[in-house]
Design a binder for this molecule. Structure first.
Ligand code: ADP
Length: 528
């Protein structure tokens, strides 16, 4: 907190930038300018399908769909949705595992000018209902027959329908998708992104990773994590293929490595904690070394030692540190590493094309070049905000001081420019933490604990385990609260459920009366 206050202090000097500083600022703020095609991603994928109808587009296990087959199935989804009464701009939720029909559903929703909202069938029912209600979802596509949830009519994910392209015209600034992330008030918030921001990210991945029709991109991210979207769509824009890897394979690292090998995966993106698991496995079986040609890490800070281990194992395979947020159409900076960086912290890189990065003080003024401050993103990547949530939108999306007709997104992250114009990530301003790369707002878990009958006070702490971390919850209650973990699992997605819960007579306090989190972390470590 003391450091946070320091980093947030207004910078006296910002109005006194010298000419050279201004030039450097202008130079390093912006990614390259790149003109994007005046078409939506699904139209470009449709054009690709006409160019290479027989090429493999999507793979899952033994199942393979060509571009022509995928395009026809996507058209069928689009036509069914229109026939069911969905109108451009309506939200359509998809309750499905990551399967080939799920890929067709994403494309079909976009083709019909609708807004894609993924929901994970493993989520608690109450959370799914809350997400559908908050987003005003119009229709739900479900993999298996179910009753309507939150009064939203259900259509089967797979069914026959006319396969001609519905040719709906979709403006570039129309919303394309919504991802719900953890919200500190106790309610998840739905970040909306537009077609233009999505296409910018997809083309940034294509350019910076050099994607071509030769590539097989691993689709391993959960469907409620926005990186799943580029893993599906970016290869389809260039004639490559997306290879869907089911969760049970990801959990079994040996099976995952075999899949990388068998499917000749060339491009992989994982969170650092999974990269560590992968390297641990490869260390033990050095003979089994599938070599993607490029690997991306994202979602949370990667340690220098893990990067060193990577290059020790794969000296010729570049590692890309990709940084961004759901609110700004996913990754907005890329650091493309071909060797271990010289800096102690692994840089997050340069803004991708058409994206600007500002480092700001508490008054939202620029800090001098190299000084730490809050990272803000501006440009085409900035989404319209949180669905049906004007207050949280207004707090995080504020006018861009350099382009008054546009807005910038305040990340809540600290960072600074390195002398070479690359960005360094310095941590969070608030209590958002990452568990396996997925966002957890401490406040959301604590508020959920407080909703359990009998719980009087609650505190969530992050406990280090090796280079990884887990969540531990401490609470006080009038009486013993049986099965608290199970009750939390009924309310929260699995990655937000604390791995241990501990009932205390009273939460320990520091001298100034705040909950003593350090003491709780120590207690959680002792309890094991
Ligand atoms: P994503 O767009 O990758 O899905 P989320 O919206 O889940 O990301 O979370 C965004 C936050 O995650 C960022 O504000 C930052 O705190 C953290 N983050 C993402 N990528 C990185 C990275 N490469 N290094 C450090 N932190 C990261």
């Amino acid at each position: 907190r003391a450091i946070a206050a320091d980093l947030d202090a207004p910078h006296e000097k910002h109005s006194l930038l010298t000419g050279k500083d201004v030039w450097r600022q202008l130079h390093v703020f912006h990614g390259e300018l790149r003109e994007l095609p005046d078409r939506r991603a699904h139209e470009l994928i449709g054009e690709q399908a006409r160019r290479t109808p027989h090429a493999v587009a999507a793979v899952r296990g033994e199942l393979r769909w060509t571009y022509a087959e995928l395009d026809q199935r996507a058209n069928a989804v689009a036509n069914r949705l229109v026939a069911a009464g969905a109108r451009p701009g309506d939200v359509v939720a998809v309750l499905s595992d990551r399967t080939l029909p799920w890929v067709a559903a994403i494309l079909g929703i976009l083709k019909a000018g609708l807004v894609y909202l993924p929901v994970d069938p493993a989520y608690p029912h109450s959370r799914i209902a809350g997400i559908l209600r908050r987003s005003g979802t119009r229709l739900l596509l479900a993999e298996v027959p179910i009753e309507p949830i939150a009064d939203v009519p259900v259509l089967p994910l797979e069914a026959a329908g006319p396969t001609i392209d519905p040719q709906v015209s979709v403006p570039a600034d129309a919303p394309a998708y919504i991802y719900f992330t953890s919200g500190s008030t106790g309610e998840p918030k739905g970040a909306v992104c537009a077609h233009a921001g999505m296409l910018n990210h997809l083309t940034a991945k294509i350019d910076d990773l050099g994607l071509t029709e030769q590539d097989a991109v691993c689709q391993n991210a959960p469907q409620c994590f926005d990186i799943s979207l580029w893993q599906v769509l970016a290869p389809l824009l260039v004639g490559g293929r997306t290879v869907l890897v089911p969760p049970q394979v990801i959990l079994d690292v040996e099976a995952f490595v075999s899949t990388l090998d068998r499917e000749r995966i060339t491009v992989l993106q994982v969170v650092p904690s999974y990269l560590e698991v992968l390297l641990g496995h490869l260390d033990l079986s050095p003979h089994q070394r599938p070599a993607p040609r490029i690997v991306c890490v994202t979602g949370e800070a990667i340690s220098r030692s893990l990067v060193a281990r990577w290059f020790g194992c794969f000296p010729d395979v570049p590692l890309v540190n990709a940084y961004g947020a759901t609110e700004v159409s996913d990754d907005t900076t890329h650091e493309i590493m071909r060797a271990l960086p010289a800096t102690e912290l692994v840089p997050v890189g340069r803004p991708v094309h058409n994206v600007s990065v500002y480092i700001l003080d508490s008054q939202l003024a620029l800090v001098p070049f190299g000084a730490p401050g809050q990272i803000a993103f501006a440009g085409i990547c900035v989404g319209p905000g949180y669905i049906n949530d004007p207050d949280r939108t207004a707090a995080a999306f504020v006018p861009d001081p350099f382009r008054p007709d546009q807005r910038m997104y305040l990340t809540g992250d600290y960072g600074r420019w390195l002398p070479n114009g690359h960005l360094e990530f310095l941590g969070r301003r608030d209590e958002q933490v990452k568990i396996s790369g997925m966002r957890v707002e401490v406040g959301e878990v604590e508020n959920t604990l407080l909703r359990v009958p009998g719980v009087r006070s609650a505190c969530l702490v992050v406990v280090p385990i090796g280079t990884s971390k887990r969540l531990a919850a401490f609470f006080t209650a009038d009486e013993p609260v049986p099965d608290l973990k199970r009750r939390l699992a009924d309310l929260l997605p699995a990655h937000m459920v604390p791995s241990t819960v501990h009932q205390l007579d009273a939460l320990p306090l520091t001298e100034n009366g705040k909950v003593d989190k350090a003491a709780l972390v120590a207690a959680a470590l002792r309890a094991g």
